[in-house]
Design a protein around this ligand. Structure first.
Ligand code: GAR
Length: 194
């Protein structure tokens, strides 16, 4: 069985969408894959309770208790490796990863970013899209490489930017699509025989 390990920092709605898709679309039988663990760098991440209720292993690795980014990433990698993952999924994981961590999981580390990459890497994507006058916004699932938000794109979802959109309204419209996009992209990745 291919193990999927999901890293979160907050609400974990993308993680929950992936867990639900894994069950609804029978990834165990169709893809030989399962969500093995959900790890968070924050103990108060809302998604942890959902994962526990689903019977999924969880762990918290609090970045504030480590002296350096490298020390945190080493501890995180130890927890990830405990589940021998075929795929590591960043789902609203709001830490910049060290080059060493990214290299360790090269080819099996994916992220969802709330913009139509290569536009708007980094933070505040929805505000920047509105300010730039974009007519369309969206989200991208991509392989993670050393350069932040720049790896090869696996799939994207597009939504319109409407005249009266606030940052929050646009974010909610994009997030709804993320919940369809991320499971679809992961399932396609699994079915490519990785
Ligand atoms: C999502 O919109 C995701 O695209 C974004 O954080 C949100 C997490 O929501 N990720 C990033 O900004 C990564 N830089 P969730 O915790 O409910 O899945």
């Amino acid at each position: 069985m291919k193990n999927i390990v999901i890293l979160i920092s907050g609400g974990g709605s993308n993680m929950a969408a992936i867990v639900r898709a894994a069950r609804a679309r029978d990834w165990a039988r169709r893809c030989g894959a399962r969500v093995a663990a959900v790890l968070s760098n924050r103990a108060d991440a809302g998604g942890l309770a959902f994962a526990r209720e689903q019977g999924i292993a969880t762990a918290v690795i609090d970045h504030k208790t480590f002296p350096t980014r490298e020390a945190f990433d080493d501890a995180l990698a130890a927890q990830v490796d405990a589940h021998q993952p075929a795929l590591v999924v960043l789902a609203g994981f709001m830490r910049i990863l060290t080059p060493g961590f990214v290299a360790r999981y090269a080819g099996r580390l994916v992220n969802i970013h709330p913009s139509l990459l290569p536009a708007f890497p980094g933070l505040h994507t929805h505000r920047r899209a509105i300010e730039a006058g974009c007519r369309f916004a969206g989200a991208s699932v991509h392989m993670v490489t050393a350069e932040l938000d720049h790896g090869p794109i696996l799939d994207q979802a597009v939504v319109p930017v409407l005249p009266d959109d606030t940052e929050q309204v646009l974010a909610a419209r994009v997030l709804t699509q993320e919940h369809l996009l991320y499971p679809r992209a992961i399932e396609a990745w699994l079915q490519k025989g990785h």
